[in-house]
Design a binder for this molecule. Structure first.
Ligand code: KIV
Length: 329
């Protein structure tokens, strides 16, 4: 069976496997916005994939939103590999990018290459992302020459939080704005296939977009980009912490989660849960009577002990055992 699928001129897919870096470039060329979100586990990956999100990033932001850290610097390569494998199991169409965590690529080009390869081979990422500007260009080229697709990350580098003295907007002066553009150009020349640009004034992102031909995906960088990326918990309204100015929550999942959990707690405390419909029968025929009673709205079902009619009944067939033991009835 062929695994080749058709690609539309603007980088869309007719069925098919995950979007490739070429599909993302086609989106830029065709003026189609790229939708990117972080994801950290299989279920969220599936949810975002079903919503046709184009790119899933296993971001080192997992340190903050999943692990509850203050910043991303403590995240390890093993952490990212673990979450990447989870996301890889949940997504179908979205392109999968893995973040290279702090100090997994800065030590040497060889270290970067080994670790990027692990993200691709063990994490099943299609590409890797690393933070940095011109200083990272040789590393990017090394990875690209080895066949690894690299997404750059310019503007704010959250991994430099301690050096910067906080998560600070970048490119606010003429000089630093020019530096952001130079970083972007250097990364493109080194072979990066796309860039994330974070927390810069919108005209700086616009200048970057004009200066490079590869897709530029903004976060806190305004509308003049080829796409946008947000942390999934932020866009879903699942993160109760104070959000940066650039975040828009498109849902209220934290509030609905608290409400659902409250209702659950109340149901357990008042013994309203579990009901008959949530219980397994014991012995032949009892499952059915429990189901019947439950659908008729009965709250309590008394199950009699199983009747053993003969020795023969002591040894149920394999099929019967399987049916009785089904958890998803
Ligand atoms: O780690 C992350 O989630 C990121 C995105 C927010 C771009 O780098």
């Amino acid at each position: 069976m062929s695994t080749l699928r058709e690609s539309t001129p603007d980088g869309g897919r007719v069925g098919g496997p995950a979007l490739s870096v070429r599909d993302l470039q086609k989106k830029r060329n065709g003026g189609k916005p790229i939708v990117m979100s972080t994801a950290y586990d299989a279920l969220f990956a599936r949810m975002l994939d079903e919503a046709d999100v184009d790119v899933l990033l296993v971001g080192d932001s997992l340190g903050m939103v999943v692990q509850g850290r203050e910043d991303t610097v403590g995240v390890t390569l093993e952490d990212v590999i673990y979450h990447c494998r989870c996301v890889a199991r949940g997504r179908k169409r979205a392109h999968l990018v893995a973040d290279m965590p702090f100090m997994s690529y800065q030590v040497s080009e060889a270290q970067a290459l080994q670790n990027a390869a692990r993200l691709v081979q063990e994490g099943h990422a299609q590409s890797v992302k690393l933070e940095g500007g011109r200083e990272m260009a040789p590393t990017v080229s090394r990875l690209v020459n080895a066949g690894i697709a690299v997404m750059g990350h310019v503007g704010l580098h959250p991994q430099k939080v301690h050096q910067l003295g906080g998560f600070r907007v970048q490119g606010k002066t003429e000089e630093s704005a020019r530096a952001v553009v130079q970083d972007a150009v250097a990364l493109e020349q080194a072979g990066a296939y796309a860039l994330v640009i974070e927390a810069v004034p919108q005209d700086v992102a616009q200048a970057v977009h004009r200066a490079v031909q590869i897709p530029v995906i903004g976060i806190g960088a305004g509308p003049h980009c080829d796409g946008q990326v947000l942390v999934c918990y932020d866009l879903l309204g699942l993160n109760p912490s104070r959000a940066p100015k650039f975040v828009r929550a498109f849902g209220e999942l934290f509030t609905s989660g608290v409400n659902a959990a409250r209702q659950y707690a109340q149901a357990v405390r008042t013994r309203a849960f579990p009901e008959a419909v949530h219980c397994y029968g014991k012995g032949e025929g009892k499952d059915a009577s429990a189901q019947d009673a439950a659908t008729k709205g009965a709250n309590v079902v008394t199950l009699e002990p199983p009747t053993i009619h003969s020795r023969h009944r002591d040894v149920p067939s394999e099929g019967e055992v399987k049916r009785r033991d089904q958890v998803f009835g």
